[in-house]
Design a protein around this ligand. Structure first.
Ligand code: N01
Length: 537
């Protein structure tokens, strides 16, 4: 095995996070190289090519803010950008800032161990890289969760996880298609698959709330308006809870009459999208407010779905609205009015096995299929880091360090893992926010820290005390909301059998989090053990 190279920093991943990290470090004159498993840039938007894949954040702010020129020159075509358009955007960014020359593609990291001096990174192809600082930019939702259902290997048709969708596409025309999962992904894919499949069977375990996206082409006037307003838009994002440029309503919905409240909800419904949450103050803090909003959304399912039994099966009753990540959709509930779509309640009658012909339920009912789609989500936040095979001081594996659940300081580093920085790691706001906003904040913060360490010839890792305090704070922040009430949420790791139940993202809000990170840096990084560099013979 040969040592390929030895930059100051290795960045794993070339999606939104990795590309900007490489750019920032290069600007600072710090040598950096990226390792990317895919054969191109894009991360999430490289892999998630399933039918209907589209972003739930609006295009004018689901993008980088670091370059005024980039902001002005890129034209989005729709209110919500589709997968292909976001991938084109990231390819443009890679070219515009000449980033590809700093990335090795088709290079999967199999292990990364700190040898007491440097990180030693081994890749599937046998190439070895070493570096002083290792930055993970592997995303929060990149480790596919394929359920362990008996008989899957015997299935005679084709099956795919949405997060590993074939690049050549899957022709479902006239075929019998099954979809397992009704999270954000399933809810995006189901209407599109139904439009061309012969028959579509949806295997639903948990009914979900969903709000119409109201996607539409972006008019020239709208696009020009956003471009002119970017300074103000970015300021609202930076001061917000979720990194979205929405100002949360100050209306006390419980003080309104029933008619006034219904009118407020109707307006938010008509506007559509994730903005619905911002229209309902305290929706994630006050159970009474949440129940009003949940009731309204349930009534929309009843009035949309023609068959009352199907409508009832689609009606969520086991978790308050938005305690699981709320999907947004285009004609999701309407799809169940189609002749070729069948809803199967697998909570009432669980999937027992996959047979060569399709899916067999516990009751013995059979659903013959040609194509089976797993929209079953991801081993979120910790999963993408665990599969890197990270080993810290003394050879301790991250999997052992996290046996009781993922623990970090600020979501940015792990005690016992020197000079490792984790962009949007567990314990950061990440998935509760508009991702590019959180990513840029993390990248800027890490770049400043690496520059500081380099200037003073220091190594750094979080102190165990700071990490323990942060874990308490992450728990308190979640407990101050209704979020932990969704028992089956991936925020808690509940979707992966055997995964420790720890509320993974930081729910205290993006603006507050950013201030804490800034205070940490201004105070000279007191939550980190900073050690003078040892001379190595
Ligand atoms: O995954 P999910 P996702 N048998 O975990 C079901 C982001 N995203 O890919 O709820 C039967 O939310 C599972 O059921 P249950 C977004 O943050 C963003 O949809 O566990 N069913 C659930 O219905 C999102 O939240 C965009 O009972 C099984 C579904 O599969 C995150 O990605 C677009 C099962 C999984 O839902 C993940 O969304 C799409 C089993 N064995 C996604 N195992 C944007 O636009 C799981 N399920 C940015």
């Amino acid at each position: 095995m040969s040592v390929r190279n030895d930059p100051d920093v290795v960045v794993i991943g070339a999606g939104f996070a990795g590309l900007y990290m490489i750019h920032r470090l290069r600007e600072l004159g710090i040598s950096v190289h990226g390792l990317e498993a895919a054969d191109g840039v894009g991360g999430t938007w490289y892999w998630n090519r399933y039918p209907g894949a589209r972003c739930d954040s609006e295009s004018y702010y689901y993008c980088y803010a670091f370059s005024r020129e980039l902001e002005q020159e890129w034209d989005w075509s729709e209110r919500y950008p589709g997968q292909a358009e976001i991938l084109s955007y990231l390819e443009h960014v890679a070219d515009r800032f000449d980033l590809r020359r700093s990335v090795s593609f088709s290079t999967t990291v199999v292990s990364a161990a700190h040898d007491g001096d440097r990180w030693v990174i081994d890749t599937e192809g046998g190439a070895r890289w070493t570096c002083r600082w290792l930055v993970t930019a592997v995303g929060c939702l990149s480790s596919a969760n394929v359920p362990d259902i008996p008989g899957l290997e015997s299935f005679a048709g084709e099956w795919h996880h949405t997060g590993q969708w074939p690049h050549e596409g899957v022709d479902v025309t006239g075929r019998r298609v099954g979809v397992v999962g009704t999270g954000s992904t399933g809810i995006q894919a189901i209407p599109v698959l139904a439009a061309s499949a012969g028959e579509l069977t949806v295997f639903q375990r948990t009914a979900n709330f969903s709000i119409p996206a109201r996607n539409a082409p972006l008019s020239d006037d709208e696009a020009a308006g956003y471009k002119a307003d970017y300074a103000a838009i970015r300021a609202v994002q930076q001061a917000s809870t979720n990194g979205h440029p929405f100002v949360v309503s100050d209306v006390d919905t419980l003080a309104l009459s029933d008619d006034e409240r219904r009118e407020l909800f109707e307006r938010a419904w008509e506007r559509g999208g994730l903005r619905f949450r911002a229209a309902v103050r305290d929706v994630l803090a006050d159970p009474a407010v949440n129940e009003k909003a949940s009731d309204f959304l349930r009534s929309k399912i009843r009035s949309t779905v023609e068959d009352p039994d199907v409508a009832e099966t689609l009606t969520p009753r086991d978790h308050p609205f938005a305690t699981k990540r709320p999907p947004i959709d285009t004609d999701y509930f309407e799809t169940y009015n189609r002749e070729n779509v069948t809803l199967v309640d697998v909570r009432a009658d669980p999937i027992a096995e996959i047979t060569p012909d399709g899916v067999r339920l516990a009751s013995g009912a059979e659903h013959p299929l040609d194509v089976l789609v797993f929209a079953t989500g991801f081993d979120a936040l910790s999963g993408p880091l665990l599969r890197l095979g990270l080993r810290g001081t003394g050879g301790v594996a991250l999997a052992d360090a996290w046996a009781e659940g993922a623990a970090t300081y600020l979501g940015l580093g792990v005690a016992g893992f020197p000079n490792l920085f984790t962009i949007t790691g567990p314990g950061s706001p990440s998935v509760l926010t508009n991702m590019p906003t959180s990513i840029e904040q993390h990248v800027d913060w890490i770049a400043d820290l690496v520059a500081h360490l380099r200037a003073h010839d220091l190594d750094a890792e979080p102190t165990p005390e700071a990490q323990a305090r942060w874990a308490d704070h992450v728990r308190e922040a979640a407990d101050a909301t209704l979020l932990p009430q969704a028992a089956s949420s991936w925020y808690l790791g509940a979707n992966v059998p055997g995964k420790p139940r720890v509320f993974l993202p930081y729910a205290g809000g993006f603006a507050r989090y950013r201030e804490m990170c800034d205070a940490e840096a201004a105070a000279g990084y007191p939550g980190f053990a900073l050690r003078a560099r040892r001379e190595v013979a």
